[in-house]
Design a protein around this ligand. Structure first.
Ligand code: NDP
Length: 248
C-alpha cells in the first residue's frame, strides 16, 4: 500500500481551511494545519475535530514571518513526515479605499497573502523536487483577477499569487511537482458572511450568475482533484471557482 500522503494546510482552522482539511482527511491524507500564534482556540479546535473523528495535527505559524514558517515546517516534518501537498490558504483582508489605505494595512495584507507563499513554499519545494512528487496549491481570489473596490492591497497580493504560481510551475514541472492557483469567488465562510446582509443581497449575489454563494466543500473538491495523481498534467493554471461571476 502506498504511504499516506501528508498535506499541510495553512490557516486550516478557518472557514475554507477547515473544510479543505476534513475533506482531505476523508480522502485519506494525513492532515496538518497551521494556526496563528495568537489563536487562543487552537486546542479547542483540535479537540472538536477529534470528537468528529478527525486526528488533525496543528502547529502555530505566522505565515507572514519567515522564521516562524521555518520552525513550523521543521516540526511538521519531524512529527508527521515530509510534506507532499502544501495548500497556501491563510489570508486576511484589510479593506479600505486607496485614499484611506495606510501602510500598516497595505503591508499586513501583502505579507500575509503574498510573502507567505515564499515563506511556506521555500520550506517544502526542494524536498518535493528531490522526491519527484509534490503539489503546491495557492488560494487566490476572484478579486485578484478582476480587482475590487476597496481592495488595492488584497487584489495586488492575490494577483501576485498567480504570478508566483506560473513562475514556480515552470521551474519544477519536470520534477513531478505541480503548482496551481485556485481563485474562489464569494464562498460562504465567515470572511464573507461578515459582510452586512444588505450588501450581500443587493451588491454581491446579483453579480453571481449561479445565484448563490459558493460552498467550502466545492473548493475542497477542487483541492482534492488538483492534489491527485490524475491532475499530474495540470500545472501553472489559475482555476476560477466563482459561480460564473468572472470569466477570464
Ligand atoms: P478565514 O478568515 O475563515 O480564515 C483565514 C485563515 O487564515 C484563518 O485560519 C487564520 O488563522 C489564517 N491566518 C490569517 N493570518 C495568518 C497569519 N499571519 N499566519 C497564519 N495564519 C493566518 O477566511 P477563509 O477561510 O474564507 O479564506 C481562506 C482563503 O481563501 C484566504 O486566502 C482568502 O483570501 C481566500 N478566499 C476566500 C474567499 C471567501 O469567499 N471566503 C473568496 C476568495 C478567496 P487563525 O484563525 O489562526 O488566525
Amino acid at each position: 500500500m502506498a504511504a499516506q500522503k501528508v498535506v499541510l494546510v495553512t490557516g486550516g482552522m478557518g472557514g475554507l481551511g477547515e473544510t479543505i482539511s476534513t475533506k482531505m482527511a476523508d480522502a485519506g491524507y494525513k492532515v496538518v494545519v497551521t494556526y496563528s500564534p495568537g489563536n487562543t482556540k487552537h486546542a479547542e479546535w483540535v479537540a472538536d475535530m477529534k470528537k468528529r473523528g478527525y486526528d488533525i495535527m496543528a502547529v502555530p505559524c505566522d505565515v507572514a514571518d519567515y522564521d516562524s514558517c521555518t520552525k513550523a515546517v521543521a516540526e511538521v516534518q519531524a512529527k508527521a513526515g515530509a510534506v507532499d501537498v502544501l495548500v497556501n490558504n491563510a489570508g486576511i483582508t484589510r479593506d479600505t479605499t486607496f485614499k484611506k489605505m495606510d501602510k500598516v494595512n497595505w503591508d499586513a495584507v501583502i505579507r500575509t497573502n503574498l510573502d507567505s507563499l515564499f515563506n511556506m513554499t521555500k520550506q517544502v519545494a526542494d524536498g518535493m523536487v528531490e522526491r519527484g512528487w509534490g503539489r503546491i496549491l495557492n488560494i487566490s481570489s476572484v478579486n485578484g483577477s478582476k480587482g475590487a473596490f476597496g481592495q488595492t492591497n488584497y487584489s495586488a497580493a492575490k494577483a501576485g499569487v498567480h504570478g508566483f504560481t506560473k513562475a514556480l510551475a515552470l521551474e519544477v514541472a519536470k520534477k513531478g511537482v505541480t503548482v496551481n492557483t485556485i481563485s474562489p469567488g464569494y464562498i460562504g465562510t465567515k470572511m464573507v458572511t461578515a459582510i452586512p446582509k444588505e450588501v450581500l443581497d443587493t451588491k454581491i449575489l446579483p453579480q453571481i450568475p449561479v445565484g448563490r454563494l459558493g460552498k467550502p466543500e466545492e473548493v475542497a473538491g477542487l483541492v482534492i482533484y488538483l492534489a491527485s495523481e490524475e491532475a499530474a498534467f495540470l500545472t501553472g493554471a489559475n482555476i476560477a471557482i466563482n459561480g460564473g461571476q468572472h470569466m477570464q
